[in-house]
Design a protein around this ligand. Structure first.
Ligand code: FAD
Length: 576
């Protein structure tokens, strides 16, 4: 491997880093190095098969983070800690996520712009979303909002008869069916998924694999970056460990850190960029006093489970010889879907804010029964063994889960270094549910789920709440009171895996910002951060698509190019 590259060392081959590597290496005259701590994703069925995406959790391709113990939440979890899976593999977290494709609300981006992120309003980011997409959905969606021929393949991931039951229920309680990535996010929407020909479309498989033969792109896997080398406030390269050898690789023009919302702030702080007092306490020489690791935002999710009297949902029986053969031969059948079939974005009643179509909660419908399959391939939640045993007494072979996800949380947290050793995991403090507003808006979502469950279409299939309260767990509060649900939330709500904003973007003079609106680290030349950590705030929805969009934008900033002119034309007539 050469020890110098023309344009960039990109640290982290995740959702953003892989995109940037692809785009920068389109210019054949420059050499690009993409550095990834994890190994190859190739041939790993736990990555490839959509339905068993959870199978990668706690494997060697997962950083396997835990938060600090939570004061006001996670009471049913070991030590009150939240387990945070993160991909440590080519493709990063796009290799172990649940493949839901949502861009966020137009109001999110307009708010970023209002808070000083000039050039990041919805009108500015929409062309980049369109550029990334190869949309293979039914034609009734407004095609002006979608793209064909991009690297991210999107398909409809509906599989079971439940999806039409959800839709009819949502319609009965007043929701129209919308394209959640189109004009209005509020309403019922069929899930759009990053799945291609029945396989996961990670940024490794969809952005990197097709261009591996480019001679100017080098990818170094199993390579752990320990710091960015900064001389006279100019980033000149990185230090990394590969096969037990310490290497220094220099970049003539830029270093781009795309190591995600936990590791990007970690690398910056190890390099001397961060809160002065914190770095001084750890005896790290301070190069720039910046609010790195502050403003951590994340979505909480809470699972409301309903048993049903029809065998509509996916279950342990869905993974059998027949479905495995069907998948092997045709890439269709139960294994080809994610189980997450639809969304409902809604608002709180009596919400103070004025924007009528800015959602407060997202409900994702998971048509998978809470049985052995769920335990084997579902999300690992860090539940105490004693609680797991109790929950198993209420398992069911036909069921669906309404995954309630709070939008725009008010509780925020931090990432800090545990020590100056790059191998020590950072301290993650999300402070979940510290703010009572977050409890209030989640309860509003639970009430909406109850309204839906009481609708005729859901009652026709016998939807009944599969309770998760037990002796000693929320048994003191009156069942179904707000107090009861608050207790349940504080026990069972967990991360929705959307940490953002730890290297937050802002205007040049914004003291809360780590990077400027072109993603350059403030006060340092030749260094950018581009991944979920730069989001001004966490968006309404899921964070993979917005992170890919950020990767696309970063590449244009670095190349000094506007590659989306034709998509700007495409959206010219839209009222944005
Ligand atoms: C279980 C789960 C389910 C999710 N489901 C969805 C979903 O359905 N839809 C959705 O939109 N979003 C989902 N997300 C969130 C989404 O996948 C992430 O927001 C997104 O992938 C973040 O991208 P990133 O580029 O910021 O970081 P990552 O993709 O995590 O990339 C960071 C990369 O940097 C590498 N790295 C870190 N440190 C170093 C170092 N020191 N040296 C070298 N390399 C390093 C990592 O190994 C990793 O490959 C989910 C996340 C999880 C965990």
């Amino acid at each position: 491997m050469p020890d110098q590259y023309d344009l960039s060392n990109i640290v982290g081959a995740g959702s953003a880093g892989s995109v940037i590597a692809n785009r920068l290496s389109e210019d054949s005259g420059v050499t690009v190095l993409l550095i990834e701590a994890g190994g190859s994703e190739y041939g790993n069925d736990n990555i490839k098969i959509p339905l068993i995406g959870g199978g990668l959790q706690k494997s060697s391709a997962d950083w396997n983070y835990q938060t600090l113990p939570q004061k006001n939440s996670h009471f049913a979890m070991n030590e009150h800690r939240s387990y945070w899976p993160r991909g440590r593999v080519l493709g990063g977290t796009s290799c172990l996520n649940t493949l839901v494709y949502i861009r966020g609300s137009r109001h999110d981006y307009n708010q970023w712009a209002e808070e000083g992120c000039e050039g990041w309003s919805y009108k500015d980011v929409l062309p980049y979303f369109i550029k990334t997409e190869d949309y293979q959905m039914p034609n009734e969606y407004d095609s002006a909002y979608h793209g064909k021929g991009g690297y991210m393949k999107l398909t409809d991931s509906t599989l079971t008869p439940l999806v039409e039951v959800y839709r009819r229920g949502a319609e009965e309680i007043g929701y129209k069916t919308v394209d959640a990535n189109g004009e209005d996010q509020i309403g019922f929407s069929y899930a759009q998924a990053s799945v291609h020909n029945g396989e996961r479309c990670s940024t490794a498989s969809c952005y990197l694999r097709p261009i591996l033969s480019r001679p100017n792109l080098h990818i170094s896997i199993d390579s752990f970056v320990t710091k960015v080398i900064i001389k006279n406030k100019i980033a000149t390269g990185v230090e990394m460990l590969k096969s037990n050898r310490k290497l220094k690789i220099s970049a003539k023009r830029e270093v781009i850190v795309s190591a995600g919302s936990i590791n990007s702030p970690q690398i910056l702080m190890l390099s001397g960029l961060g809160p002065k007092q914190h770095l001084q306490n750890l005896k790290i020489p301070v190069i720039a006093d910046l609010p790195v690791g502050n403003n951590l935002e994340d979505h909480l999710q809470y699972f409301v489970k309903h048993k049903i009297n029809q065998s509509y949902s996916l279950s342990s029986e869905s993974r059998n010889m027949f479905s495995s053969l069907q998948y092997a031969l045709t890439r269709t059948g139960p294994l080809s879907g994610t189980g997450l079939e639809a969304n409902l974005f809604g608002r709180m009643i009596n919400r103070e804010e004025s924007l009528p179509n800015y959602p407060d909660y997202q409900i994702l419908f998971l048509s998978v029964a809470h049985d052995n399959f769920f335990y084997d391939y579902g999300l690992q939640l860090n539940l105490k063994e004693s609680v797991k045993d109790l929950i198993k007494t209420r398992t069911s072979t036909t069921e669906f889960t309404s995954v309630l996800i709070q939008q725009r949380p008010k509780s925020t947290g931090t990432i800090r270094l545990a020590s100056k050793d790059p191998f020590d995991y950072p301290l993650i403090q999300p402070n979940y549910l510290d703010h009572t507003y977050d409890v209030k808006s989640l309860i509003a979502g639970i009430r909406k789920i109850q309204e839906l469950a009481a609708s005729n279409p859901l009652q026709e299939i016998g939807a009944t709440l599969n309770r998760q309260d037990f002796d000693g767990i929320c048994d003191k509060a009156k069942f179904d009171s707000d107090e009861y649900w608050e207790c349940m939330l504080r026990h069972y709500a967990v991360t929705c895996y959307h940490p953002t904003s730890t290297c937050r973007m802002g205007a040049k003079d914004d003291p809360t910002a780590v990077v400027d609106t072109k993603l350059r680290v403030r006060g340092i030349k030749g260094l950018r951060v581009a991944d979920a950590s730069v989001m001004r705030h966490v968006i309404s929805g899921n964070t993979n698509a917005p992170t890919i969009m950020i990767g696309e934008r970063a590449a244009d900033f670095i190349r000094g190019k506007d590659t989306v002119q034709k998509f700007k034309e495409q959206i010219k007539h839209l009222k944005l």
